[in-house]
Design a protein around this ligand. Structure first.
Ligand code: RIB
Length: 301
C-alpha cells in the first residue's frame, strides 16, 4: 500500500511583524526567514515522519526547485513524480505576529500548471487500496479525484484553503475529510459555529466519509456514522501556527494507515501539532514520530 500526496510545493517567505499590515500602511519587519512549505509538501513530510512510504506529485518551477526537492528527499519522500516546469515556483508571503498568528498571501505559480496528461502518468503508478491525499493549492483536483476513484484509491481531502473551487470537486468520493470549523461550515452549508453541530451537519451531508474537524485551541472532533470522539489540544506556548494543520493531517492519517485506532491517531496528531505550534516555520516545525512519542511534557495528561 502506497501513499500519494498530490499537492503544492511553495517557498515560504516568513516576516515577523508586530501586527498584520493594515490598508495603506508600510510596515517594517526586522526578521525574515525562508522555509520550504506548501500544504502538499508539509503533509508529505509529516506522513513520512510517521513511517509511511510516501510519494509526492505536483509541480515546481525554474527557480528554487532544488531546495524543495532536497527537503522532501531528506525527509524520505519519493520525488520522482514531481514535474519540473518553466513557470515560477509557487511561493507565499507570510506575516507572523508575536501571538503566533499568521496571515498568508499565496502565489500558486507552477502549482497551478498540472495537466491531465501529468495526472494520468502519476496515477498509473498507483492501485486499488493506495491512499491519495489532497489539499486545495493545485489545479486539476476534480480530474485527479475522478481518476483516483476509478482506480479504487482511498481519497483524503483537506479542503484548505477553502474557496469556490471546492464545490467543483466530486466530494462524495472522499473517504476522509480533515478540515477546520470555517471549512466545515462552508462545506455543510450551515451557519452554526459550534463544533459538534458542524460535525453533525458534515456527517449527515457526507455519510460515507470519516470526518475530523479541527477547532484550534478547542481541540478536534472525529465523526463517522454513530461514532464520535473528542481530542483536546496539548497546551504549549504558541510560536508559529504555520503548518500545524498539515502536521495534524499527516500524523492522523499516517497513524490510521499504520493500523492505529482513531483515538490513538487523534492523540498522536494532537501531540505532533502542539510541537509544531511551538516552533518557527512550515516544514521545519514538523516533528518526527519518535520526538512525538518521547516528548515528556504531557506524560500525565
Ligand atoms: O499550511 C501552511 C502552508 O500554507 C504554508 O507552508 C504555505 O506555503 C501555505 O501553502
Amino acid at each position: 500500500m502506497k501513499v500519494l500526496v498530490f499537492g503544492s510545493l511553495n517557498i515560504d517567505y516568513v516576516y515577523k511583524v508586530k501586527h498584520f499590515v493594515q490598508p495603506g500602511e508600510t510596515l517594517a519587519s526586522d526578521d525574515m526567514q525562508i522555509f520550504c512549505g506548501g500544504k502538499g509538501l508539509n503533509q508529505s513530510i509529516a506522513f513520512c515522519y510517521t513511517g509511511i512510504d510516501t510519494w509526492h506529485a505536483g509541480a515546481v518551477g525554474r527557480n528554487d526547485s532544488d531546495r524543495l526537492l532536497r527537503k522532501l528527499n531528506e525527509a524520505g519522500v519519493h520525488t520522482e513524480l514531481v514535474q519540473k516546469t518553466e513557470f515560477p515556483t509557487g511561493h507565499t508571503m507570510i506575516q507572523t505576529t508575536p501571538e503566533g498568528e499568521n496571515s498568508i498571501i499565496l502565489y500558486g505559480g507552477a502549482n497551478q500548471t498540472i495537466t491531465r496528461e501529468n495526472v494520468d502518468y502519476v496515477l498509473s503508478f498507483f492501485e486499488k487500496g493506495d491512499y491519495l491525499i489532497l489539499q486545495n493549492e493545485i489545479n486539476q483536483i476534480p480530474y485527479i479525484m475522478e481518476r483516483a476513484h476509478e482506480i479504487g484509491m482511498k481519497i483524503v481531502l483537506n479542503p484548505s484553503p477553502m474557496n469556490e473551487k471546492i464545490f467543483d470537486m466530486p466530494l462524495s468520493y472522499v473517504d476522509f475529510f480533515i478540515l477546520n470549523e470555517l471549512e466545515g461550515m462552508q462545506l455543510s452549508g450551515i451557519l452554526e459555529k459550534e463544533g459538534s453541530q458542524i460535525l453533525d451537519a458534515l456527517t449527515k451531508h457526507f455519510p460515507n466519509a470519516q470526518i475530523v474537524l479541527t477547532m484550534g485551541k478547542e481541540g478536534a472532533v472525529y465523526g463517522y456514522k454513530e461514532e464520535k470522539y473528542y481530542q483536546p489540544i496539548y497546551p504549549v506556548k504558541t510560536v508559529d501556527t504555520t503548518a500545524a494543520g498539515d502536521t495534524f493531517t499527516g500524523f492522523f492519517m499516517g497513524s490510521i494507515i499504520r493500523g492505529k485506532t482513531v483515538k490513538d491517531a487523534l492523540d498522536t496528531a494532537a501531540r505532533a501539532a502542539s510541537i509544531a505550534v511551538g516552533r518557527n516555520g512550515a516544514s521545519a516545525s514538523i516533528p518526527k514520530l519518535d520526538e512525538v512519542e518521547k516528548d515528556e511534557r504531557w506524560r500525565k495528561l
